[in-house]
Design a protein around this ligand. Sequence first.
Ligand SMILES: *Cc1c(COP(=O)(O)O)cnc(C)c1O
Length: 409
Amino acid sequence: MQNPSPEHNLDPTDLPDARGHFGKYGGMYVPETLMTPLFELTEAYHEARQDPYYQKELNFQLREFAGRPTNLYFAERLTKHCRGAKIYLKREDLLHTGAHKINNAIGQALIAKRMGKTRIIAETGAGQHGIATAAICAKMGFECVIYMGEEDMRRQALNVFRMRLCGAKVRGVTAGQKTLKEAVNEAMRDWVTNVRTTHYIIGSALGAHPFPMMVRDFHRVIGEECKRQILESEGRLPDEVTACVGGGSNAIGIFFSFLKDLGVRLTGVEAGGREISLGHHAARFAGGRLGVLQGAKTWILQNSDGQIDRTHSVSAGLDYAAVGPEHAYYNEKGRIDFGYATDSEALQAFQDLCKIEGIVPALETAHGIAYAMRRARELSSDNIIICNLSGRGDKDVQEAARVLGQTTL
Ligand SMILES: *Cc1c(COP(=O)(O)O)cnc(C)c1O
């Protein structure tokens, strides 16, 4: 097992710096008009985190509305099936609205309330972040607008209806590939225009400072619980923790508490798509390079002119050209390893987890499961691997049926 160099003595809580840099990654690459709102947000965020009343309300809503803590579940049959390391699953799929996204949506909505905002906007790809945002907006009485590419609206029609049921306006975006990247652009445009009344809840550990930091912090609860739970059930830390990586929020959330435990290998799993060749995948660390997209410097799939490449994944939530800047930093430092699972590996793991454990994972999550199964087989029964089960797969059943050609399951 590969370990980072001994001089690599980081304190993860010192990052990012005041301008949002994780080493050379991150930052605030935005138009002038957004600098002031981003500074105001940063200040409001720091104030809130130091306010015991805010912390209390956040913890209350995470417990009462979202359903925390989530189980750390020993996947006994999956372990037997793989004949290797013990596999544990952190059950973020059991949260209200079906994925980890609600942790961040609640945290940011409470910041928006403190700042006196009355309107919330968000972008969404697969729709999980849109649903989490629409739900918390309904509960807290915010006006809510969700931007979504028209291609994604078509693929996730049921999620669009769920958001509308919760009172959100869903605005279709017709530019470019009509997917997540274009929805982010549209949300940013709205924010610049309406920033006095409006807060923009970004859905992953992406974008300009302070978003990658805020989103990470709101998901750190996953790793904090997980560490406590594995110590309770096994009396020791795991050998490896793994999670799928779209923008990287569920991954950094579960990894964060283990960053200083150098004996715990951390592995992010990207979308390998059909294969690692231009336009057929979304594995930024396998085919990307340094650049700037939508506010941050990070690893991006782009051509030599900096033109953003087309991407592909069977899971909409991993189908994005950039990765969160904090992951780029830990990749460079050798603290987080990155691998990928292809569409077909993810679809196999999706079915395996259903059949063997009776758990229907999101297709995003299935990439992490595919890796965990592969890795468990390489390790021995003395080893422990934890996989973040970032979300449930109800939203994907139709797409899986279409791809697998089993319309009557
Ligand atoms: C959105 C989503 C992802 C990908 O986003 P990250 O920010 O990388 O976590 C992964 N799994 C599920 C279930 C999601 O909804």
